[in-house]
Design a protein around this ligand. Sequence first.
Ligand code: BGC
Length: 495
Amino acid sequence: MASAANASFAPASGGWDPEDVSFPSGFAWGAATAAYQVEGGWNADGKGPNVWDTFTHQGGDRVFKNQTGDVACGSYTLWEEDLKCIKQLGLTHYRFSLSWSRLLPDGTTGFINQKGVDYYNKIINDLLANGVVPMVTLYHFDLPQHLEDQGGWSSDAIIDTFDSYAQFCFSTFGDQVKLWITINEPYIVAKDGYERGIVAPGVVEPGTGAYRTARNMIKAHAKAWHSYNLLFRRTQHGFVSIALNSDWAEPLDPTCLADQEATKRYMAFCLGWFAEPIFISGDYPDVMKSQISARSAKEGYQSSRLPEFTEEEKMMIKGTADFFALNYYTTRKVKHQENTHSEPSVSRDREAEQIMDHSWPRAPGSSWLAVVPWGLRKLLKYIKDMYNNPIIYITENGFSQRDFAPLDDTQRWKYFRQTLLEILKAIFLDDVRLKGYFVWSLLDNFEWTCGYSCRFGLFHVDFENPALPRVPYRSAIEYAKVISKNGLTKSTDEL
Ligand code: BGC
């Protein structure tokens, strides 16, 4: 049933045509970046090293051609160029992250790097002067190396250190910034950074590392949210959340009970791991707890490899997000998988195999990215139903191209357009309270282990040219039209 707020969009008669409706007024149109991926200036003006500086400088072919973010898009000196792109698109919102070690070189408030503060103040002031709302991420994968040397997210001490950093940012920038993300994709940091070790800081600790670090990230997020709530909300009136990535998942055989249960586990071990404690109960999903505890017992552990929260911690964690920040890229089919392997891991604990349907197109730049726009609509509805109908922002969504992709990226724009159609259906047919959409990414940039071989930007960056010129892809031009109309234009006009 359409809500009262959305009723005026209902068709007078006949079918509902998403091409004839506008997005709700005030819808946030954004694009996103992250400090390490765009800034460069890795040791400029007193910035301290972070785990990605270390990881890339160590070489060892863990990153495509051993590339680094030392220069990246040069946004540390070329911010004005980024601003031109933002204005050309007509964005209402821009999401970017603060480099923790640019502000606090050793990660603590013991020493503050004023040059870093000045840089971010300029970005924030310029955005606001141009009518663009900043959404600021405190931590997007680039932990200060000094903190990693003390155990990083594995150490309980990080919780207070993160809280101090968050409070420093709220008090320094919070008069101007009203939308905050504490941590970007804790799932990726935990699983790929501290279990598989395929991204920085490259720690390999199968079966335990991810659970311990995720727990600390959840507690650090919750503590920072409480600090905002107690010390800053009354005067700053902002909103704080955490950006959670999730696939949408469906049973490989929808009639098979085992596949249905495996699909529930897949969602619980990905989104539920963080969303259930933060939005619902203060605790992990039951299926995650029972699954890991049973498997740990079989493996001879004295207690579950998933450390429990105390009752006090649960109280502290529950309800610590002011909106739901979702990063969506892809969808999977899921099949029950009996686990016989000896080495434990998050993937094995969930006993669910992920499968890519061959009929789904793939984004040319990323083998993992099956393009499934309808998966986003289903995921939004799932979040609405599972997590008490929260206000949602899609804080990342995008499609990668190869290195040599043409500026006329018609196929990619088709994907964006299909995605926006699904979003309209989610808003008007499913009554999802979706308030904004951020494309990943504003610019082609350093795509972690893929280096510069994979391009997610709305603007092409020529990394061979020292001036690092930004040139719009067709997707940027089409996106600007959608933003200015606050709706889609008829497909025949577009493609
Ligand atoms: C991350 C981005 C990344 C993007 C595409 C997300 O996981 O937040 O930093 O570039 O996906 O892989």
